[in-house]
Design a protein around this ligand. Structure first.
Ligand SMILES: Cc1cc2nc3c(=O)[nH]c(=O)nc-3n(C[C@H](O)[C@H](O)[C@H](O)COP(=O)(O)O)c2cc1C
Length: 217
């Protein structure tokens, strides 16, 4: 049955009802688009994160959900100020390794954020710089797409080289700095060494799900 609005309601009420209907439809549309966009952004971020993690620990090396199987720790060794995320890789429930988010606070131009992958036996699976503000052409050689420098740490561990040599050559260590740019590589070497030390000291508790949330080490 068709309602004859013109008879039932005066003009002003009809206009108000129409306006209300448009407002509800408009708001619902915006909410729906926002929800879909949020989901798409989350999916893209997850895909990007997995791509980065797989560059360090190949997905064939583990069989758990590495993104879900993660925890947050606050440790001076990894950042100190913000909680760091640690992604745990396991195969058939046995620990394979972990990827740690770490911050090198003393870059030339501020903090350098890294992903540091470490196998359970303590050897470095790989490291990648995820963000920095170092000078193009000087400090940005820490990015793998600009220079293979960051791969010099692959397979290294605490003890290889000895801890006293976990420095750039300029500081009597074994790792190359860049010509005319020592500050950036020094910061990265320090952050990787700190991550290795942290993992070495905490790996059992990390894999048992009992991280030391407020560690100051
Ligand atoms: C404009 C400018 C930008 C620089 N950017 C960087 C940089 O991003 N990373 C870095 O390590 N050094 C950078 N440097 C060089 C440092 O000031 C410093 O001299 C160098 O890191 C020390 O390395 P060296 O002991 O091998 O000379 C920059 C210097 C200038 C003048």
């Amino acid at each position: 049955m068709r309602l004859n609005l013109s008879l039932k309601y005066p003009q002003i009420i009809r206009s108000a009802l129409l306006l209300g209907a448009f407002a509800v439809a408009g708001t619902s549309g915006v909410v729906l688009v926002h929800h879909q966009t949020k989901e798409r952004i989350a999916a893209n971020e997850r895909a990007e994160l997995l791509r980065s993690l797989h560059e360090i620990i190949p997905d064939s090396a583990y069989d758990n959900d590495i993104v879900k199987d993660s925890l947050q720790v606050t440790a001076e060794a990894l950042d100190g100020k913000e909680p760091s995320t640690i992604y745990l890789a396991r195969k058939r429930n046995l620990p394979v390794g972990a990827v740690l988010t770490a911050v090198a606070p003393a870059g030339y131009n501020g903090s350098i954020k890294l992903l540091v992958g470490i196998y359970y036996n303590g050897s470095l699976a790989g490291a990648r710089v995820v963000s920095h503000r170092e000078t193009p052409g000087l400090g940005d050689k820490i990015e793998i797409r600009r220079d293979p420098w960051i791969t010099i740490f692959d397979g290294r561990s605490i003890g290889d080289p000895p801890i006293a040599k976990w420095k750039v050559r300029h500081d009597s260590g074994v790792f190359d700095q860049f010509t005319g740019a020592t500050i950036t590589p020094r910061a990265v070497v320090n952050a990787i060494r700190q991550s290795l030390l942290y993992f070495d000291q905490h790996k059992e508790e990390l894999f048992m799900g009992r991280p030391e949330q407020k560690s100051n080490e």
